[in-house]
Design a protein around this ligand. Structure first.
Ligand code: C2E
Ligand code: CA
Ligand code: CA
Length: 548
């Protein structure tokens, strides 16, 4: 819209101006001709009159007088027409100027818009380069601004944006360019001495501090924060558009590393972005093609050594980058809105694989916090279990504490529906986040999982040992069994068993296995339905592992 309007005024302006100028030139030429004619005729009439009066010459001819009168009328008419055209032209060029101004400005804040920042920024770059100086380009993006609009309405959102613009303008040096790109993204460009980039950081900090003060809008007290990406022309090169792109990449990096701060652009960020986009486009093809597959990591009862279930872990081999760990592709799937499909695809494959496994064997699947924003999640999971003939009471879902922050009532309702169907719930990675008792009580958990970072160092780090002790004690007092992950050695397994930990998983038992390897393992233990005996699930995987 904005772009069309700009283009419109630019395109029509010069085309209209030309005929108008031509019209004005014509009226002026006619006027001038008429005046010359008038002077000539007046001279003829006056000299005729004088000749008649004083020297008895012929009276002035009637047609000459008539011609003079017509000529006088023509001069008056021409002059008035010329003035009218001039007034009209003046009005039009003022309107054009106004339109041009509107087209180059953001109507809400009066800041430049993207296109005019590109133009003015290019000029700023040229003059800075001539004077051997550098241009800093800042992209300022408000954090969680959508919530302001959602909670207080768009009118309040607009008022906040106007106040933000004032704060940004106040924090900038006098000759800085300031622009808004629609939404809650602002850009600022200014010249600085390349030998002293701390000036730029001071200005970025001024913006961050100004925007972190509570803002009072329509009787509302609004708290904001912002993330800033900075690019500099002497390092990051290219024209203004390259600088804008670099600052944008840096801004996303600032958001990723916790928001509320600034980040300078560097080349590694660009490569990371290219890799990330590559992963995203790869996932878009791989998920529907069933190329993201489940692996199964055995979970063992520590007291009896019995195999009781598996944690389902996603695995993906990228066509050009090779195997990519889930810690890299899961966050991309989350950001790209693909995690729901990925998760259901993994579950479908895992449930289908487990169809003829011993019914005592459970599956634990990881559910991302993003999935708990989907009001239909419980229905989708139950539908998948029904379609695959997998009993919901064999399913456990693992969620982390961070899943409880976003929309707790929705998470509670999803978990409630799942638990009604017999699905169990574990709190994953306990100890790494807030580890709060309130969070443990917010949802009806059936189990706590201690994060592998503490388990791995249980025997050689006193802090880890203290945390593991505390979590096992907490589980006992809340009557919640504990699973320890990351059990790599027998010694750790023995210590955990002595402490009263219920289950364990880790490389001491097995690395995550493919569907085929899991089947082979289960077949060897008589845990496949077709060949399994009723008490075959008492197989001691610990002993088998020791045996080979
Ligand atoms: P997590 O849920 O904490 O999963 C346990 C991770 O610890 C797995 O890494 C597993 O391979 C690893 N692990 C298990 N035992 C040991 C051990 O003895 N030593 C060591 N060093 N590591 C061990 P993985 O498979 O790379 O998964 C990483 C994370 O990716 C998972 O952490 C989970 O948060 C996420 N993830 C994996 N699959 C899925 C999935 O299907 N959906 C979602 N939402 N997240 C998934
Ligand atoms: Ca997990
Ligand atoms: Ca974990």
């Amino acid at each position: 819209m904005e772009w069309d309007r700009q283009k419109g005024t630019e395109g029509i302006g010069p085309a209209l101006a030309e005929p108008r100028e031509r019209g004005e030139r014509w009226t002026l030429a006619i006027c001038a001709g008429a005046i010359l004619l008038f002077v000539g005729l007046s001279f003829a009439v006056i000299s005729g009159l004088l000749d008649h009066r004083f020297y008895g010459g012929e009276p002035v001819a009637q047609p000459l007088v008539t011609a003079l009168l017509i000529n006088a009328a023509l001069v008056i008419f021409g002059w008035r027409r010329h003035r009218a055209v001039r007034v009209e032209m003046h009005g039009r060029s003022a309107a054009e100027e106004r339109a041009r101004l509107l087209a180059s400005r953001d109507p809400l804040t009066g800041f430049l818009n993207r296109r005019s920042l590109s133009e003015a920024g290019a000029a700023l770059l040229r003059s800075a380069t001539k004077r051997d100086q550098a241009v800093a380009l800042l992209i300022v993006d408000l954090d969680h601004f959508k919530m302001v609009n959602d909670m207080h309405g768009h009118a309040a959102g607009d008022s906040v944006l106007r106040s933000v613009a004032l704060e940004i303008a106040g924090a900038m040096p006098p000759a800085a360019l300031t622009a808004r790109f629609g939404g809650d993204a602002f850009a600022c460009a200014f010249v600085f001495d390349a030998r002293d980039p701390s000036v730029v950081e001071r200005i970025a900090n001024r913006v961050i501090t100004a925007l972190s003060q509570p803002m009072f809008v329509d009787d509302l007290r609004i708290h904001l924060s912002c993330s800033i990406g900075i690019a500099r022309s002497d390092f990051d090169g290219g024209g203004i558009d390259t600088l804008l792109r670099s600052a944008d990449i840096a801004m996303y990096s600032a958001k990723k590393s916790g928001r509320g701060d600034f980040t300078w652009f560097d080349r590694a960020m660009e490569h990371a972005l290219i890799d990330r986009n590559d992963i995203e486009s790869g996932l878009r093809l791989a998920i529907p093609a069933g190329q993201v597959v489940p692996y199964f990591e055995p979970q063992v009862d520590l007291a009896t050594g019995r195999l009781c279930g598996f944690e389902v872990l996603a695995r993906w081999t990228h066509p050009t980058q090779g195997p990519i760990p889930p810690d890299r592709f899961i966050p991309v799937a989350e950001e790209a809105g693909l995690i729901g499909d990925l998760s259901l695809s993994i579950m479908r494959q895992a449930f289908a694989a487990a169809r003829d496994w011993d019914p005592g064997i459970t599956l634990s699947v990881n559910i991302s916090p993003w999935q708990l924003r989907d009001a239909w999640l419980a229905q989708k999971i139950i539908k998948t279990t029904v379609e695959c003939g997998f009993a919901p009471n064999r399913l456990e879902i693992e969620i982390t504490e961070s899943a409880l922050f976003d929309n707790l009532p929705l998470a509670q309702s999803i978990v409630g529906s799942l638990k009604n169907q017999g699905v169990r719930l574990s709190l994953d990675d306990f100890g790494t986040g807030y580890s709060s008792l309130a969070h443990l009580r917010a949802l009806p958990f059936d189990r706590i999982k201690i994060d592998k970072s503490f388990v791995l160092s249980l025997l050689d780090n006193a802090d880890s040992a203290a945390i593991v002790h505390a979590i096992i004690g907490l589980g006992e007092s809340l009557n919640l069994p504990i699973t320890a992950e990351g059990v790599e050695t027998d010694a750790i397994a023995e210590r955990l068993a002595a402490l009263g930990c219920a289950k364990a998983q880790g490389w001491a038992y097995s690395r995550p296995l493919t569907v085929a390897d899991t089947r082979r393992m289960l077949a060897a233990r008589g845990l496949l339905h077709s060949g399994g005996s009723a008490d075959a699930d008492t197989t001691d995987v610990t002993n088998r592992r020791r045996a080979g």
